[in-house]
Every structure is written in C-alpha cells, then in structure tokens.
Write a protein that binds this ligand. Structure first.
Ligand SMILES: [Zn+2]
Length: 182
C-alpha cells in the first residue's frame, strides 16, 4: 500500500528532511518509511481511508482466511496432540517420578495454593474444583484423583451433590441456632 513511483518524496539537500509528496510538508526523515512513499501521517491516513472504504471486502477476506486456516489449525492441533500423547506414553514413568518428586518437595506450597483456590472458588463446584477438593481431603495428588475419576466418573456429580447438601445443612443449623438464641 505504501507509495508508488509518482509519489516519491523529494529529498532535501541537507538529507535531514524530505518534502512529502502528498501533503507537501517538509518533515524530518524519521517521519518517513525507509521504503519510500509519503510521510507516515499521510500513509496512516491513507490506510485508514482504505480500510474504511473496503471494510466489507476486508471482512470477507478475513472470514475466508479464517475458514482456510481453521482446517490447517485443526490438523496441526491434532498432530501436536498425538505427538504429546506419544511422548507422555513413552515417558510415563519418568514423568510420574518427576511429578512425585515435585509434589514431595513442594508439599507445603501446593497445600497452600490448593486451600486458597478452594476458598476463592467455593461457589463454582466445577470439575477442577471437585478434583482439588478431593485431593485436599484425601491427601492425594490431583493426578491420582483424576485416575480414580476416570474409572468412576459418577463421583464428580455425587461429590457435587453432597457438597450442596452439606452446605444447606450447615446453613440450616446456623438458622436453627440463631432462632433458638432469639
Ligand atoms: Zn504527508
């Protein structure tokens, strides 16, 4: 989009400034792009005008680009996923060992982080929340809990319901206590 030969700016004798071919103003060299064309101001004005005038065409172009790249991206993602899965499979023991060591060395940090997460996300009861809660209650790693859940996926919903019941009961007890004190 920048410049054509008819718009070559005039270079002044001292080489410190140029006269813009479009706005005819004398400006320092830093106000021009190295590849030529009018001053940066005029270029950005022209691009803005171009974008405005061709908004529909550009939108169409973007949509087409997006569509074309969607398939490519999906393929890349799948390949990458397969590669990752293979890597994990091949190095399962090493990874497990590393994770166990990490957990052991960072037990306090993990506990602290988990407690904070549970406190901040208490109202969510998401899959992640339930996993972390079980992990914290049982003193087992999240990975171990996830393995168990894989075998018994119904645990998540059971735990969720039991949390809701427990909280309701707690609330009820609180209200009874308050009523009896009144
Ligand atoms: Zn200009």
């Amino acid at each position: 989009m920048i410049g054509n030969s008819s718009e070559k700016p005039t270079v002044m004798k001292n080489q410190q400034t140029k006269i813009c071919s479009k706005c005819k103003k004398e400006k320092p060299l830093s106000e021009f792009y190295k590849q030529g064309g009018p001053c940066k101001c005029c270029v950005s004005e022209r691009s803005a005008k171009y974008r405005q005038e061709n908004a529909d065409k550009l939108k169409e172009h973007r949509a087409k680009y997006y569509q074309e790249n969607k398939d490519k991206k999906a393929k890349y993602y799948q390949e990458n996923k397969d590669k990752k899965a293979k890597y994990h499979q091949k190095n399962a023991d090493k990874i497990k060992e590393y994770q166990a060591k990490y957990r052991q060395e960072n037990a306090d940090k993990i506990k602290e982080y988990q407690a904070k997460y549970l406190q901040e996300n208490a109202d969510k009861l998401t899959y992640v929340y339930i996993i972390k809660l079980l992990s914290s209650e049982r003193g087992m790693s999240c990975e171990k809990i996830k393995e168990i859940i894989k075998e018994h996926p119904e645990i998540i919903q059971m735990k969720r319901e039991s949390i809701i019941k427990f909280r309701k009961l707690k609330q009820l007890n609180h209200e009874i206590k308050r009523a009896s004190n009144a």
